[in-house]
Design a protein around this ligand. Sequence first.
Ligand SMILES: [Zn+2]
Length: 205
Amino acid sequence: MQLRFACALTGEEYVSQGAWRKASLPRCPLHPKGGCGFARHGTYVRVTPPGTQIARWYCPTGHRTFSLLPDCLAARLKGTLAEVEAVVRAAEQAPSLEAACRDLRPDIELPGVLRWARRRVQAVHAALQALKGLLPERFPCSATLAAFATCLGVLEVLVALRPIGEPFLANLSSPLGFRPRCAREGGCAGAYQQPVGPDPPRVAA
Ligand SMILES: [Zn+2]
């Protein structure tokens, strides 16, 4: 189970400071009164940003591990929330997702980039839509990063939403929230799922 590690560090700072050593989970989330053998359980490694470790705990009674994900990192996706935000912002500003994708990942053929980008755009917009529903007075805007940035008066929306959305993170879609991704593609995107549409013509090399 992923939990929030509140920290104001960038991904680079988190790694250079070894900030996972400062992560603390004093009580078992399942057994706050103790007596379950809850203890620190080392760390696990994430590939990006290089050198990233995530602090982990284990409850032997509940057979559950708990990891503390810092605010800068995307949940269940590689890299940082800032990196995910950059992709979604590019898609929001471009005339089409195809147009955004041609610039984003020249190393991957367009259909591959489209899947990669669409997954991020859908997941982020689904989380924004859900937050609008949960906090309608706070977010009387459309469910885009551009609109949320204006609403919040911040440049980086996703990092700012981790503390605001904290009570709901377990039920918000990753990479903002910690809800597990669906096994079946499109299985839980529900009403927020966009039509996929035909693949665009491949760009000649
Ligand atoms: Zn426990």
